[in-house]
Design a protein around this ligand. Structure first.
Ligand SMILES: CC(C)(COP(=O)(O)OP(=O)(O)OC[C@H]1O[C@@H](n2cnc3c(N)ncnc32)[C@H](O)[C@@H]1OP(=O)(O)O)[C@@H](O)C(=O)NCCC(=O)NCCS
Length: 175
């Protein structure tokens, strides 16, 4: 991402529709997002996290972010985070495509062994997306999230390099 991408991000980032999927409200200003974009470069340089923008190739339109954080260099564990901030592009396959690309990067380039994530139980679109790329549920933090006046489970999921390679073969996906 470049600093010039901040304007597109700010059109949508503070929408309640999107905020409900964050673990805590992350209402931010334009300046805070500029600082965040700069921080993504630093974290990448240090090998802590690899954060990419998701762009529609044909229009060069910035629609979301995908993040792979390195949790342990010894166990080769990483975690995935993703947000398509522009709701117009939800449910159109971009999350699945971006998740597959970042998993491929994590396993093939960074040589990670497992990649994990956390997702709220009410986020059915995200759950469907993660299952499609091969994540499996490993546990739950029961009623650990409060949103919309109710408690919700946080679902823990992960995928190993071996499972990712197997899922790709099963789906006839050569990329
Ligand atoms: C989660 C997210 C990255 C998924 O990306 P996406 O491009 O919307 O998802 P995809 O289109 O690739 O796949 C979604 C799947 O869920 C299904 N789906 C869509 N809406 C659904 C719903 N309300 N309930 C159940 N399934 C749903 C779709 O049919 C699709 O499955 P299919 O391809 O088998 O038909 C994206 O929706 C997003 O950024 N949401 C807001 C932020 C967020 O939730 N981030 C994740 C936090 S853990």
């Amino acid at each position: 991402m470049e600093l010039s991408d901040v304007d597109e991000l700010m059109k949508y980032w503070n929408y309640p529709e999107l905020q409900q999927y964050h673990s805590r409200p992350r209402i931010t200003s334009r300046d805070e997002e500029l600082t965040w974009i700069r921080s993504t470069w630093e974290r990448r340089q240090k090998g802590e996290a690899y954060i990419f923008g998701i762009f529609l190739i044909e229009k060069d339109q910035y629609i979301g972010n995908v993040e792979l954080r390195v949790l342990s260099n010894i166990a080769q564990r990483g975690s995935l985070g993703i947000a398509i901030f522009n709701p117009e592009f939800w449910g159109k396959g971009f999350g699945t495509e971006a998740s597959k690309l970042i998993l491929n990067f994590g396993f093939s380039v960074l040589n990670l062994h497992t990649i994990e994530l956390e997702v709220f139980s009410f986020n059915e679109r995200a759950l469907a997306c993660y299952k499609k790329v091969g994540f499996v549920e490993t546990g739950r933090k029961r009623e650990a999230h409060f949103s919309g006046g109710n408690y919700h489970d946080i679902i823990l999921m992960d995928i190993s390099k071996r499972e990712f390679v197997f899922t790709k073969k099963l789906m006839g996906d050569e990329n």
